[in-house]
Design a protein around this ligand. Structure first.
Ligand SMILES: *Cc1c(COP(=O)(O)O)cnc(C)c1O
Length: 442
C-alpha cells in the first residue's frame, strides 16, 4: 500500500514517466467499462483515515495514564486549546459529536419549543434533527445551485418574530455568503450558528469559518476531514457562552456554578468527548493543514479540467471564500449534454471506470421524517393546525429540489492523491460523454 502510494507520487512527479503512464491509460475513444471496455482506473483512491505512530502513541499514553475522561485527563483540554489556536477562535469546547455541538449551541442560545430556526435543506439530516429535538420549527431557505449553499437572498423572507436562530451550513467544505448572512442576523437580532461540520479550515476573507457566528460547530465523525471516529467541537468568541455550553455538556455542572452536595444551577446532558478521542484528534490535526492544501490544489486542477466539459458544472465559490475545505467535490450534471444519459446511469458508468461517485442528498424539506414530526402530538399541541399549515405552504425550495436531481459528489479522500488522479477522473467523464448516447440506450 505504502509502496504503491510512493510509486504513484513518483510517477506524478516525473514528467516522462507520467506521460508514459497517461499514454497507456484508457482514453475517450475507448469503449466505456460499463459496455465492456477497459477501466479508466484500476487502483483504489487514497484510503481514509491516514494514521501512524502519532495516533498509536497518543492512545497508549491515555490508556496507561488511567485517566480516560476529561475530568481526570489533560488531552481534551489540550485539544480544545489547539483547535481554538488553529481556527483563530477565542474558545473551543469539545463535544461527543457534531450533532451534540449543534444541539448544545441551540440550547445555550435559547432556542426553545415553539421557536423557529432558519436553515438550508441541502445538508445532512443532523442539522434538522437538532431543531426537531428542540421542538422548534425548521424553516427551510432554498439553495443557491451555483454554490450548493444557502441562498442568502431568500433568507430575510424566512425570518419571522419567532425566529430564534439562523443556522447556515458550509456545505461540502465550501462557504456560504457570510457577509450577507451575518449582516441579516445582526440586523434582525437573531443568533447565528454556523454548521461547519464539513468545513474544517475553510476560510471566508482570510479568517477560518466557525468564528463568524455566535457558535461554530464541527464534526469529527469518521468521514470528516478531521476524524476521531466520533467527536465534535464548538467555537465561541464569548467566554460566557462557552461556560454555559460547558455546563450544558457536563450534565449541568459548569466550571463556576458547581454547588456543594450535587446542587445545580442549570440542567444539561452528558455530551463529553473522551481522552482517547482527543489524543487521536491531536495526532490527526498535525496533518490537517497539509491535507487541506492538497485537496484544494487537486480540486482547483480538477475544476480547470471539468470546466472544459460542457454539461459538467463544478460548484462555484462566493467571492469571499478564500479557502474551500473540499469535504466533498461537487458538480451539477446535465444529461442533455451527455446524449440524454440519466444521472443514475452516469454514476454507474463512472463507478465502472473505477471512479466512485454519489448523487448526494435527497431534498430534506419534503421527507417523511419531517411530515411525521409535524403530525406528532407534541408539534400539533405546540404550534396548532393553522400554523403548521402555514409552515407547509412556506416550505417551498424548488431550486434545491432541482439541485438534488443534478448533483454529483466525490469524497474528500479522492483529492488526497497525485494530480494524475484528477486527470483520470476527467478522462473517465470525457469517455462517458463521448459514449453517452450508447450508454443511454444500452
Ligand atoms: C456530519 C454532519 C453533522 C453531524 O455530525 P455528527 O458528528 O455525525 O453528529 C451535522 N451537520 C453536517 C452538515 C454534517 O455533515
Amino acid at each position: 500500500m505504502k509502496n504503491d502510494l510512493s510509486r504513484r507520487r513518483l510517477l506524478a512527479a516525473a514528467p516522462a514517466a507520467g506521460f508514459a503512464a497517461r499514454a497507456t491509460a484508457a482514453n475517450s475513444s475507448d469503449k466505456p467499462a460499463l459496455m465492456g471496455g477497459p477501466k479508466t482506473r484500476t487502483s483504489p483512491f487514497p484510503s481514509w483515515p491516514e494514521f501512524d505512530d502519532r495516533e498509536r502513541r497518543g492512545l497508549l499514553d491515555v490508556l496507561e495514564s488511567g485517566k480516560w475522561n476529561r475530568g481526570t485527563g489533560q488531552f481534551v483540554r489540550k485539544f480544545e486549546e489547539a483547535y481554538a489556536r488553529l481556527t483563530g477562535a477565542r474558545e473551543a469546547l469539545a463535544t461527543s459529536n457534531g450533532t451534540a455541538a449543534l444541539y448544545i449551541s441551540l440550547n445555550v442560545l435559547g432556542v426553545e419549543p415553539g421557536d423557529e430556526v432558519a436553515l438550508p435543506p441541502y445538508t445532512f439530516i443532523a442539522t434538522v434533527n437538532v431543531v426537531l429535538r428542540q421542538h422548534a420549527l425548521p424553516v427551510f431557505v432554498d439553495t443557491d445551485p451555483e454554490t450548493f449553499q444557502m441562498d442568502h437572498r431568500k433568507l430575510e423572507a424566512a425570518i419571522t418574530p419567532d425566529t430564534r436562530a439562523i443556522m447556515p451550513v458550509h456545505l461540502g467544505g465550501n462557504v456560504c455568503d457570510l457577509d450577507a448572512i451575518t449582516a441579516i442576523a445582526k440586523r434582525k437580532g437573531v443568533p447565528l450558528i454556523e454548521d461547519a461540520c464539513q468545513a474544517h479550515l475553510a476560510e471566508w476573507k482570510g479568517r477560518k469559518v466557525g468564528v463568524y457566528g455566535d457558535a461554530g460547530c464541527f464534526s469529527f465523525q469518521a468521514s470528516k476531514n478531521l476524524n476521531s471516529g466520533e467527536g465534535g467541537a464548538i467555537l465561541f468568541n464569548d467566554p460566557d457562552l462557552r461556560e454555559r455550553a460547558y455546563a450544558f455538556h457536563n450534565s449541568g455542572s459548569g466550571l463556576k456554578n458547581i454547588g456543594a452536595n450535587f446542587t445545580y444551577a442549570s440542567s444539561g446532558s452528558n455530551l463529553r468527548l473522551t481522552e482517547f478521542q482527543a489524543a487521536i484528534l491531536l495526532a490527526q490535526m498535525s496533518r490537517l493543514e497539509k491535507q487541506t492544501l492538497t485537496r484544494a490544489e487537486n480540486a482547483k486542477y480538477l475544476t480547470s479540467l471539468l470546466n472544459e466539459v460542457p454539461g459538467v458544472r463544478p460548484a462555484r465559490m462566493f467571492e469571499g471564500c478564500t479557502n474551500n475545505a473540499y469535504h466533498l467535490y461537487m458538480f451539477r450534471y446535465e444529461p442533455e449534454a451527455f446524449g440524454g444519459l440519466p444521472r443514475d446511469r452516469f454514476l454507474k458508468a463512472l463507478a465502472a471506470e473505477g471512479i466512485p461517485a454519489s448523487g448526494g442528498y435527497s431534498p430534506l424539506n419534503t421527507q417523511q421524517f419531517l411530515k411525521s414530526a409535524m403530525a406528532s402530538r407534541g408539534y400539533q399541541r405546540l404550534f396548532g393546525a393553522s400554523r403548521l399549515k402555514q409552515w407547509e405552504e412556506r416550505n417551498q425550495c424548488p431550486a434545491n429540489a432541482r439541485l438534488c436531481s443534478e448533483a454529483v459528489w466525490f469524497t474528500q479522500n479522492m483529492l488526497l492523491g497525485p494530480r494524475s488522479d484528477m486527470e483520470q477522473i476527467a478522462d473517465a467523464i470525457r469517455k462517458i460523454k463521448t459514449n453517452g448516447g450508447g450508454l443511454a440506450r444500452a
